[in-house]
Design a protein around this ligand. Sequence first.
Ligand SMILES: [Zn+2]
Length: 345
Amino acid sequence: MFHLPMLIQTSLPPRFRPVSQPVGSLLALLLLSGCGTALQPRPQSVPSAQQPTQATGSAVRQSPEQTVRSSEVPDKREPQSEHLPDATPRIPWVNPARCLPSCAFDPGTKLVRVNDRAEEDEKGRHRILSDVREPLVQLLAAAKAQGHALRIESAFRSYEDQVRVFTTIKEIGRAARPGHSEHQLGSVIDLRIRTGAAIEWLALHAADFGFALSYPAQKQRITGYRPEPWHIRYIGTALAQRARDEKLSVEELLRSQPDLGESGACTDCPHPASVAACGDIPASGRCDKTVLSWCYEGSLASVDCGSTSQTCGQRPGSEEFDCLPKATDSHSATDSQRTTDSRSK
Ligand SMILES: [Zn+2]
């Protein structure tokens, strides 16, 4: 994901500019650059239920979210689909170390083109999984009924899109590596949110429509990505409500139930940018000014703590480095929850 914070901030009234607010009330606007480009569906290089082209793929999981076939790559982290009953739905488990079951997966014909209100529109800027459109329409309608005008800022991005974003965006931690972005699933939406109240509402009600927050505040060391309260992923109401009720990110949800997830080992990724070794960066992490880098399950992860008005430092009583409230800020307890711009992973 990647966002264009500056444009938004400068175009907003003062009350919508970056301020210190609790996560729930944080202001986020996104403007996406690469995410918002209109893209045409193209031939798929990756298998889906309708395109079982990858003979090496293991079992397929199906849900309203997506159908993905896992590539046959040795992966110590990967629960094997074939070990589960066919009826067990699985969802892609993506983080800085885990790739989509097939690195360049593309939902292809399962995508539908929509406008920023999730209405089918052949001229729309976005694409989402067709099965996710209706829940999203309902979510946006429920938000509107409460006075919150949410719009789609970004949705599906192909592997190639993500390569372009990752190699173009220079800000550290702004864009996920290709093959590691949930946006590639088609079930993920970055919403344009203009008020803190709308962000609070989304956190409370997205699950009622089957959407979970992948990157809640203060969980960057767990998710591998900076907080993004506008980034929602459709995982169905049962899982989403569990995540909400137990205050879990999607990553934590999958860690708590590993058999639910399905990942690839990135060995089939077409572009070298998909893989990043840790080098001499330890698991405990390191700070370079506001940029936090650490070895996340064997892959390099980086987050610019400055994107949430924090600093990078060592957590008190811990060996781990993390994004921390600025010492000079009297409202430091909530600093971690700030977000001043939104760009998707
Ligand atoms: Zn996103």
